[in-house]
Design a protein around this ligand. Sequence first.
Ligand code: ZN
Length: 458
Amino acid sequence: MVRILLILIALLPALAAQAQPSDSLVIRKIFSYCLEEGKSYEWLDYLSNKIGPRLSGSVGAEKAVAWAKMAMEAEGNGSVSLQEVMVPHWERGTKQELTAISGNEKKQLRICSLGGSVPTPTNGVSANVVEIRNFEELEYMGREKLEGKIIFFNVPMDQKHYHTFHAYGECGKYRYAGAARAAKFGAVGSITRSLTLSFDDYPHTGAMGYADSVPKIPACAISTKGADELSRMIKLNPDTKVELTMDCKTYPDVLSYNVIAEIKGSVYPDEIIVISGHLDAWDNGHGAHDDGAGCVQSMEILRIFRDLKIQPKRTIRVVLFMNEENGLKGALKYAEVAKAKQENHIAAIESDAGGFSPRGFSSKCKFPEKTQVFNKWKPLFEHYGIFEWMTKDGGGADINRLEDQGTLLIGLMPDSQRYFDYHHTEIDTFDKVNKRELHLGAASMASLVYLLSEYGVK
Ligand SMILES: [Zn+2]
C-alpha cells in the first residue's frame, strides 16, 4: 500500500501538468472574449497615436509610463506599481543627411542615425566610401585601405529564411558593432544597410555600441533602395565620396520606470508568472508593432482574468519593461530586484515580435527538460493556429535576464513575414496592425498563462 502511495506521489507532477477537458473550454472562452471584447486594439490606438514615439528618457516614455499605470489601475484587478530605473537618454536631432558624390553625379540618399551614435561635426564629414560585405573583408583590407574612409556595410538580410528573425540575427552585428570595427582601422564614419527583407526607402534605426579602445565615429543606417543606389555608384566609380551630416546627441541618464501589475495567486502566491512587453519604442515611428502590441496584449490579461472570473492559483505579474531598445536597463533592474528578493519566477512570457497572427511559442531554460513538459498542451492551441510549440532559442530580450534563476522563458511567435517591413522605422504605426490578429496574440498568451497558473512548471 505504502509502495503504491509512493508511486502515486511520484507521478503527481506529471499528472498535474496534464490539462483537463475543462481547460479547453476555458481556452475557448478566452479566445472568444478577446475576439469579441478585447481592448488591446483600443489601447494600442492610444499608445501609438496619442503618445507615439517613446524612446527611453523622452517625454513620450514618461507619458507612456503614466498612461500604462493609469490604464491598468482602471481595470481594478490586482495592484499596480512603478519600479525605478535609470535609463540612457539619446536624441536623434533634426539632421540625418547623406549625399553620395561621383564625378558630376550627386544623390541624396535616405538614412537615419543609429541609436547611441555620436554626431558628425556641424559641417558633416566627407570622405571616400568603401563597400564591405562582411567583417572578414574589413579585416583583410586593414588600415591601409580603410583609414580616413567611410565604411559602408552592405550586407542584405538572407531572403531564404522562413523565420525572418534568423535573417535578422545574422546581420544584427553589422548594425551594432560596425562602427566600432571600422574605427579600429581609422575609418571616420559607418553606414549600415537597413535590416529588412523589403526593398523600399525607409531607413531602419536600432541600437549600436562603441568599443572603449577606439574612437567613436558617427553611425547611420541607409534604406535598402539607398544602399543599392550607393553600391551602384561605387561600382561605376570607386572614387565615390559621401557627405554625412548628423546632429544626434547623448544626454545624462534619466530616471524612468518599469510598470508592474500583479494578481496574487490564490494557492501558490510565491510562484510568479511574468507576462510582458517593452514600453519604450524607437523615436522615428510610433512603435505600434514594436512593442506597443506586446504591452497591450500583456495588459489584456487583467481584463480576461477579471471578466471570466478566473482566480489564478499562482501569481501573475504583468511587466512593461523600459529601455529594451537601447540598453535593457529595465530588464536588468527587474532581474536584479527579483534575485535580491529571492522571488521564484517559474515562467516568463514576452511578446516582442509584432502584433501579427500568433503561430507558436519559443522557449528557453537553464534546465532544458522544463521546455518539454508542456507538450501535452499543444493540442489545446492548434485550433487557433498555434502549431510551432516551444521551439528552441526562445524567450525575449527582457525576460532572458531571468535565465540564471532557472525561469522557463517563453516568447510569443507571431507570423514574422511582415515584421521587418516596419521594425524600427517611421512606418511602424497603428494602421499596420490588424485588430483580430493582435487580439489572437493576447488570447494565446493568456491561455498559456492560465495553464501555467493552474499546473505550474514541474
Ligand atoms: Zn521590441
